[in-house]
Design a protein around this ligand. Structure first.
Ligand SMILES: *[C@@H]1O[C@H](CO)[C@@H](O)[C@H](O)[C@H]1NC(C)=O
Ligand SMILES: *[C@@H]1O[C@H](CO)[C@@H](O)[C@H](O)[C@H]1NC(C)=O
Ligand SMILES: *[C@@H]1O[C@H](CO)[C@@H](O)[C@H](O)[C@H]1NC(C)=O
Ligand SMILES: *[C@@H]1O[C@H](CO)[C@@H](O)[C@H](O)[C@H]1NC(C)=O
Length: 961
C-alpha cells in the first residue's frame, strides 16, 4: 500500500506497487522512518499581541485585546442572516441560471423522506426555488439554461468526509506525498491545505461520480496529523488551492473579516491504533499519553487566556502589567478544540481505541465529530454514546475490510446496526482507498445489506454535511442552499447509477454526458434481501460469525420456482440462458444430485420420476435464478488472511533480479501458488457466499517472476477435501513493474530469454510449455507501451516456435489503446480494476466510462472482440489489497451490464466473471463440472438477489447458507 494512495490504511511503502517500483524506495523509507521516530521535540513559536510594555496601566491596543477576548467564547456557525443571502460567496459572476425541470427531487429534509416532483432554479450559486418555480422569479433572472430531467432522480451533491484528493495525487508521484508528515506524533499545527496539489486527476473523476464537496484530511501516520479543510471539487479561475475552499476559517490569510461574526468550523485529524504505531514505534499507551500531554498543554493555555481575559474585561490593567495575551501558534488549534470550535475527526478502528478516545474527550471536555473507519464501532454503541456531549458519527466503508487486524472484525451490516442504535452513519471513501467517484455505491452497498433507503442516501449527503458543520448550506435541496445538485440516470442506490449532470456552485461540470438507458426497475431503490439473521450473528460472534455453509447436501435437492437458469455453452466459451422469464409456467424446477444438475425440465419424464422420490429436499427460489459460479483472478485470495499482518500471509517470492538469490531459485525453481494455499479465509468465504466459487491465484510476489497459478475452491475447508484443488497449475505468471533496476527492457529481455529456452531447470520446463502454447502466460502490465512490446515479443516467439502462444494481460489499464492489435494478436485481458483509475503513471490513460465517455473500458475492449475477464475492483492495482473486493465481483459484472446493456448482455456479464477468466487463466472445466449459484429475489447481477446455495459437481454437494 502506497501512502499517497491511501494514507489511512497504511503509512508504509514497503510493499511493491505494480507498475511503479520493485523496492528501490523501500530502503529509503525505512531509513526515513527511523530518523523521524526520534523527532519528538517541539519548537514552540509564539506570537503575541503587540502591547507596549512602556505604557502605563491601560495598554495601547486595548480594543484589539478586548476584541480577542470577546471572540473566545463565540461558537462556530453561520451568521444570523446567512439564510437571506441572494448570492453564494462562491458564485462566479457571469454564470447563467439553470432551470431543472421535471425532477424527482430527494431533498434530504424530513429525515431523508421528502421527495418532491418538480423543478429547481439555480442562480447566483444558490438554489432559488424548489418544486414550483414562478414565472416572475424566472423573469427576474436575466438568462437561464434549462435541463429537462424527464422525471430523473435529483439529489444534493455527494459529500465525502474523508478524502485525500490533492494531498496525494493521481497518478501517484514521489514528488507529491503530502498526506503524512513524519516529524512527530502530535502535529496540530499542520494543515492539509498547505499540501494541496491542484493537478490531481481525481478532482474531475470524483466530480463525475456526483461528489461536490470533500474534507481533505492529512494522513493517519500521527496521533494528531493536522488540520483538515473542506473543498469543492470544481476547477476555479484562480487555479489555486485556496480558491477551492468552502468556508475556510476567517483568519487563514491573516485577515479577520469581521471579528464579531461567529467563527467558521475547523477540522482536526487524529488517529488511533496501528498507523501511528507503525510509524513511531508507539504503543497505544504512548499515543494516549501524547494526546493527554498535548491537550494538557492546550488546557493550560486556555486557562491562562481565560484568566487574562477575565482581568482585561474587568479593566484590571494593573493586574496585567507586563503581560500579553497568552498564545502559542503551535497549540492554538488544540485550544480551539477545547473551546468547541473544531470538528474532531478521528481515525479509530477498535473497541480499545474508541474507549481511549471517548475517555480523552471526557477528560478534556471536547466533542468528537466522527470516528472514521471505525470498523468495530457497531460492536460498542454504548461506548460511543459516552463520548463528551454527543455520540460521534461513524464514517465507514461498506465492504472494504480485513486489510489489517484492526479491520478484521468489520461487518457489512455495521451501517444498519449503528443506525438501529441511533448513531449517525456516514459512508466515506478515504480516496483513493475507495475511489470517491464511487462513494454513492458505498451507500448502495450499505443499503443492500440493510441500511434503510432514507438513511443510506443521507449517509453520503445530509449526514456528512452535519459532520462538517456545513448543514446550513450543503447537503439539502432547499431554497438558499448552495447550488450543488446531481441529476442521476437512475435511482442513486441502484447498481451502477451514474450522474447525468453534476452542478457545483451553479456550474455544470459535465459538458456532454454519456449515459445509457437503465431498466425501469432502476428508477426506484432496489428491493433488498433480508439479512436480519446475518446481522444478528455478526454482533453475537463479535464480528467473526461463522461463514461456512450451514449444510452441505449430497443427495437429491430440487430447486423450485426458478425464473432463470444460465449455464455454460457446450463449448465452454460463453454463457447461455437455458431457460428464462420467456418460458411461461408456474416456475421451473431443477433437480440436483451430488451437486450436479440431473434435469431442468419439469415436463420431462425423468425429472418427474425424481420428484416422486421420498425425502427429496425442496428449495424454493421464489422466482430467483441459477447461474454459473463466478471465478476470480487478480488478488491474493487464498494466500493471506490479513494483508498487512505478516503472520497471516504467504509472503513473497524471491526477486528474480535480486543480487543474491537462494540456491534453489538460482537453480530455476518456480513457486507454485498451490503450495501456499490457505483455505476458508474470511475473504474467501465471503466471496463464496457472494457467488464466487473458484479462485485462481498467482504466487504472491512483488518482483518480476511470479510462478505457477492455481485454481481452488472457495468453499472448501482444506486442501485435502474432495474438489478443494480445482486445477493444480493453470498458467505461468510474470509481472512488469517500474523501478530503476531492472529496467523495463531488462525485464523484456528476461522474458524473451525464458521463452526462448535460454534458461535451465524448473523455469525452462514451464516456459517450454508456454512457448509450445500448452500453458498460458499471464503478464501483469498496465502501460500501453509495454503492452505494444509484448505484442511484438509474442510474434517473435511464435515465429521461432511455430506454435501460437497463449498470452493474457492482467491489470491492462491502458489496453484499450491497443484494442484492435490485442484482438488481432489474440491476446486476452483481465481488466483490473474493471473500472479504471489512474493510480500510477502507467495507468494514466483511462477510459473513464459514463458519464465522461460513452464506453466503459470493458465495453470498449468487448466491442473490439478482445476476450475480457474482470478482476476485483479492489483498493488499487495491488493483489494483496484486493482480496476483500472479490465478494463484489457479482456487482462489478452487473455494473458492466447496466452501464453498456447493448454491448454487454447479462450472459456476457456472467461470462466476464466466469468462463472468460477460466479460459484466459488456463482453467479447463469439463462439461457439467462448473459450479452453479442459486439466488432468491433476483440474480447475481443486481442488488436484489441473495445467494442461498452453491451447487458444486466437483465437490459433489449443494452448500446451503
Ligand atoms: C416528466 O417526465 C416523465 C418521463 O419522461 C414524463 O412521463 C412526464 O410526463 C413528465 N412530466 C412533466 C410534468 O413534464
Ligand atoms: C482573506 O480571506 C477572506 C475570505 O475568507 C477574503 O474575503 C479576503 O479578501 C482575504 N484577504 C486577502 C488579503 O486575501
Ligand atoms: C495436484 O497436486 C496434488 C498434490 O501435489 C497431487 O496429489 C495431485 O495428483 C495433483 N493433481 C493433478 C490433477 O495434477
Ligand atoms: C468482432 O467480431 C464480429 C463477429 O465475428 C465481427 O462481425 C466484427 O467485425 C468484429 N469486430 C471487430 C472490431 O473486429
Amino acid at each position: 500500500m502506497e501512502k499517497i494512495i491511501a494514507p489511512d490504511l497504511d503509512d508504509t511503502s514497503r510493499r511493491y506497487r505494480p507498475g511503479t517500483g520493485h523496492g528501490s524506495r523501500i530502503s529509503r523509507l525505512i531509513v526515513f522512518f527511523g530518523l523521524c521516530a526520534l523527532t519528538l521535540t517541539f519548537v514552540l513559536a509564539s506570537t503575541v499581541v503587540n502591547l507596549h510594555s512602556s505604557s502605563p496601566a491601560v495598554p495601547l491596543h486595548v480594543h484589539e485585546i478586548l476584541d480577542k477576548c470577546a471572540r473566545l467564547p463565540l461558537k462556530p456557525g453561520p451568521p444570523d442572516d446567512f439564510g437571506n443571502r441572494s448570492y453564494s460567496d462562491r458564485y462566479v459572476p457571469g454564470t447563467k441560471a439553470i432551470l431543472i425541470t421535471n425532477g424527482t427531487i430527494w431533498t434530504g429534509r424530513n429525515q431523508g423522506l421528502e421527495i418532491i416532483k418538480g423543478d429547481i432554479l439555480l442562480h447566483g450559486g444558490i438554489i432559488k426555488a424548489v418544486g414550483y418555480v414562478s414565472q416572475s422569479l424566472l423573469d427576474s433572472t436575466t438568462e437561464h439554461v434549462t435541463i429537462d430531467a424527464h422525471g430523473a432522480w435529483i439529489t444534493p451533491g455527494i459529500i465525502d468526509v474523508h478524502s485525500h484528493i490533492g494531498v496525494g495525487t493521481a497518478p501517484a508521484f514521489d514528488g507529491v506525498e503530502d498526506g503524512n508528515s513524519f516529524k512527530g506524533p502530535i502535529q496540530p499545527w499542520l494543515r492539509s491545505l498547505d499540501g494541496l496539489n491542484t493537478h490531481d486527476d481525481s478532482y474531475k473523476i470524483s466530480a463525475a461520480g456526483g461528489v461536490t464537496t470533500s474534507l481533505i484530511l492529512p494522513g493517519s501516520a500521527n496521533a494528531i496529523g493536522g488540520q483538515a479543510f473542506v473543498i469543492k471539487l470544481r476547477p476555479t479561475k484562480e487555479r489555486s488551492p485556496t480558491s477551492l475552499l468552502l468556508e475556510p476559517p476567517f483568519d487563514l490569510n491573516g485577515t479577520n473579516v469581521n471579528p464579531h461574526q461567529p467563527p467558521r468550523w475547523r477540522h482536526m485529524k487524529h488517529a488511533c491504533g496501528e498507523n501511528p504505531a507503525r510509524v513511531y514505534g508507539d504503543t497505544r499507551m504512548d499515543d494516549v499519553w501524547v494526546w493527554r500531554q498535548a491537550y494538557n498543554k492546550a488546557r493550560e493555555l486556555k486557562n491562562a487566556q481565560d484568566a487574562f481575559c477575565q482581568k482585561a474585561v474587568a479593566r484590571e490593567w494593573e493586574n496585567l502589567e507586563g503581560q500579553t495575551f497568552p498564545e502559542e501558534l503551535q497549540w492554538e488549534a488544540l485550544v480551539d478544540i477545547l473551546r468547541g470550535k473544531v470538528k474532531v475527526q478521528t481515525h479509530c478502528y477498535e473497541a480499545v481505541d474508541f474507549d481511549n478516545f471517548v475517555r480523552l474527550s471526557q477528560e478534556f471536555e471536547f466533542p468528537v465529530a466522527a470516528f472514521h473507519h471505525a470498523h468495530e464501532a457497531y460492536l460498542v454503541p454504548d461506548v460511543l454514546k459516552k463520548a463528551y456531549e454527543h455520540p460521534p458519527a461513524i464514517a465507514m466503508f461498506s465492504t472494504f475490510a480485513r486489510y489489517k487486524r484492526e479491520a478484521f472484525r468489520h461487518s457489512e451490516f455495521a451501517p444498519r446496526i449503528l443506525a438501529d442504535n441511533g448513531i449517525d452513519v456516514v459512508m466515506k471513501s478515504d480516496h483513493a482507498a475507495i475511489v470517491s467517484r464511487y462513494l454513492v455505491n458505498e451507500a448502495a452497498l450499505a443499503h443492500y445489506y440493510g441500511l434503510p433507503e432514507n438513511i443510506a442516501l443521507a449517509s453520503v449527503i445530509s449526514t456528512p454535511a452535519k459532520v462538517l458543520g456545513l448543514e446550513h448550506r450543503i447537503g439539502y435541496i432547499k431554497e438558499g442552499y448552495d447550488a450543488d445538485v446531481v441529476v442521476w440516470d437512475s435511482h442513486p442506490l441502484s447498481l451502477g447509477s451514474t450522474p447525468a449532470q453534476v452542478i457545483i456552485d451553479g456550474i455544470a461540470q459535465i459538458p456532454s454526458a454519456y449515459v445509457s438507458a437503465k431498466p425501469a426497475s432502476h428508477s426506484r431503490a432496489p428491493n433488498t434481501p433480508n439479512f436480519n439473521r446475518e446481522a444478528t450473528s455478526a454482533v453475537k460472534f463479535e464480528g467473526l460469525p461463522p461463514l461456512g455453509p450451514s449444510e452441505s447436501l449430497e443427495d437429491l435437492v430440487v430447486f423450485v420456482s426458478v425464473e432463470h437458469l444460465w449455464v455454460r455453452d457446450a463449448a465452454g466459451n460463453g454463457i447461455v440462458e437455458a431457460f428464462g422469464s420467456r418460458r411461461s409456467g408456474s416456475g421451473n424446477t431443477v433437480v440436483v444430485q451430488h451437486g450436479r444438475v440431473l434435469c431442468s425440465d419439469v415436463a420431462s419424464d425423468s425429472c418427474l420420476s425424481y420428484l416422486a422420490l421420498p425425502d427429496i429436499r425442496v428449495i424454493d427460489l421464489h422466482g430467483g435464478s441459477l447461474q454459473p459460479g463466478l471465478v476470480s483472478f487478480g488478488s491474493n485470495l487464498g494466500l493471506q488472511e490479513i494483508a498487512m499482518e505478516d503472520s497471516t500471509v504467504d509472503g513473497e517470492a524471491p526477486d528474480y533480479f535480486a543480487v543474491s538469490t537462494p540456491p534453489f531459485v538460482e537453480a530455476g525453481y518456480l513457486p507454485r501458488a498451490m503450495d501456499g494455499l490457505q483455505y476458508a479465509t474470511r475473504d474467501a468465504l465471503l466471496a463464496y457466499r457472494s457467488g464466487v466459487t473458484v479462485g485462481i491465484t498467482a504466487p504472491s510476489h512483488s518482483g518480476f517472476l511470479g510462478g505457477l497459478t492455481t485454481a481452488f475452491s472457495l468453499g472448501s475447508a482444506h486442501k485435502l477435501e474432495r474438489g478443494a484443488l480445482v486445477q493444480n497449475i493453470t498458467a505461468v505468471h510474470v509481472s512488469f513493474g517500474r523501478s530503476v533496476i531492472p529496467s523495463i527492457s531488462t525485464q523484456v529481455a528476461a522474458l524473451r530469454s525464458l521463452l526462448q529456452g535460454h534458461t535451465e531447470g524448473d523455469h525452462a520446463k514451464w516456459f517450454r510449455l508456454v512457448s509450445q502454447g500448452k500453458l498460458p502466460l499471464v503478464i501483469r502490465v498496465d502501460s500501453a507501451d509495454i503492452i505494444a512490446t509484448l505484442i511484438e515479443l509474442k510474434k517473435e516467439v511464435e515465429t521461432a516456435s511455430q506454435a501460437p502462444l497463449k498470452m493474457t494481460l492482467e491489470g491492462a489499464t491502458e489496453a484499450h489503446i491497443l484494442a484492435r492489435e490485442l484482438s488481432e494478436a489474440n491476446i486476452g485481458v483481465i481488466l483490473k480494476p474493471p473500472r479504471s483509475f489512474p493510480y500510477t503513471w502507467d495507468q494514466r490513460r483511462i477510459v473513464p466510462g459514463p458519464p465522461l465517455s460513452e464506453d466503459s473500458p470493458i465495453a470498449h475492449l468487448v466491442k473490439h472482440n478482445v476476450t475480457v475477464g474482470i478482476g476485483p475492483q479492489g483498493t488499487n492495482a495491488m493483489a494483496d489489497l484486493s482480496a476483500w473486493a472479490v465478494r463484489n465481483t457479482r456487482f462489478d459484472a452487473g455494473w458492466e451490464h447496466y452501464e453498456s446493456p447493448n454491448v454487454i448482455s447479462k450472459e456476457t456479464a456472467l461470462a466476464l466473471a466466469s468462463v472468460n477468466v477460466e479460459r484466459l487463466l488456463g482453467l479447463e472445466t469439463m462439461p457439467g463440472e462448473g459450479d452453479l449459484v442459486a439466488t432468491t429475489g433476483g440474480d447475481l447481477l443486481d442488488f436484489e438477489g441473495k445467494v442461498v446455495a452453491v451447487l458444486s459437481p466437483r465437490r459433489g454437494v449443494v452448500d446451503l447458507f
